[in-house]
Design a protein around this ligand. Structure first.
Ligand code: XBP
Ligand code: MG
Length: 253
């Protein structure tokens, strides 16, 4: 293994628990604003999470859960308009401070920065959502901490395709062996492992029962000194929270 040089972070579910009380609510607000009676319950949203990307998720919903809907002629534009409205609502929710970071995220990122690690984001969500989360929940300057923000439609094939991670590493001129990924979902680890990245997983309510083949370790959350994680698979070597020493040990370089 090469020396570890960069940490690559997924966003939704990994940096913050955004799906149930963030994205889902924002989708519903956009639907109501458009005069649609669609309502994505917590349970239905769990099924819709099979597909990454908000626009892709709306289409998946129409194809599988609302086949009666009279589709407008320009369906792609209709979906894009709904999705723009959803992004506006989601960013608004973040600016109100409604979605905090997960335990351990800020501590780990600050430690990594202080140690000179390079940082990047690799996510399927829209770029505005990433900046809104980082600036509101992490630090007003946090966008400048990340060398590359690989997000949204920047690559056509979203996760579980490896493209977004591969794109980020190309931008940084790094090989997979020099990086490590942080993920929360099956689709996420399929993407990172597909890009040959060692991957550390912390599950959330929606992803707890998913399959994480190839994970370096699976945790229930990232852990804090006063809030120990539970190891769901793998070996934490006695640690109770994720710090840079543990990340380096899991990377093996
Ligand atoms: C995140 C997603 C995104 C968000 C919604 O997956 O699937 O679609 O739910 O974001 P990952 P947009 O954490 O694997 O990147 O509506 O902005 O697409
Ligand atoms: Mg995720």
């Amino acid at each position: 293994m090469s020396t570890l040089k960069a940490l690559l972070f997924d966003v939704d579910g990994t940096l913050a628990d955004t799906e149930r009380d963030g994205h889902r609510v924002a989708f519903n607000r956009a639907f109501a604003e458009a005069g649609l009676d669609w309502d994505w319950s917590e349970e239905l949203y769990g099924k819709l999470l099979a597909v990454t990307g908000g626009k892709e998720r709306i289409r998946f919903y129409l194809d599988n859960f609302n086949t009666e809907f009279q589709r407008p002629a320009e369906l792609a534009e209709f979906i894009a308009g709904l999705h723009q409205s959803k992004t506006r609502h989601y960013v608004q929710m973040l600016s109100e401070g409604l979605i905090p970071l997960r335990p351990g995220v800020k501590r780990l990122i600050e430690e990594a920065r202080a140690a000179g690690m390079r940082l990047a984001v690799a996510t399927t969500t829209t770029p505005e959502n990433v900046s809104a989360l980082l600036e509101n929940a992490m630090d007003p300057e946090a966008m400048s901490w990340f060398e590359v923000i690989a997000a949204g439609d920047i690559v056509p094939a979203k996760k579980p395709a490896p493209d977004i991670y591969t794109w980020a590493m190309e931008q940084m001129q790094l090989t997979p062996a020099e990086c490590i990924a942080f993920e929360d979902s099956h689709n996420g680890i399929r993407s990172s492992r597909g890009a040959n990245l060692t991957t550390i997983v912390a599950v959330n309510g929606y992803t707890r029962d998913e399959v994480f083949d190839g994970a370096a370790i699976v945790l229930d959350h990232w852990g804090e000194p006063d809030q120990p994680f539970t190891v769901l698979a793998g070996d934490a070597a006695g640690a109770s929270y994720l710090d840079l020493a543990m990340v380096k040990r899991l990377h093996g370089g």
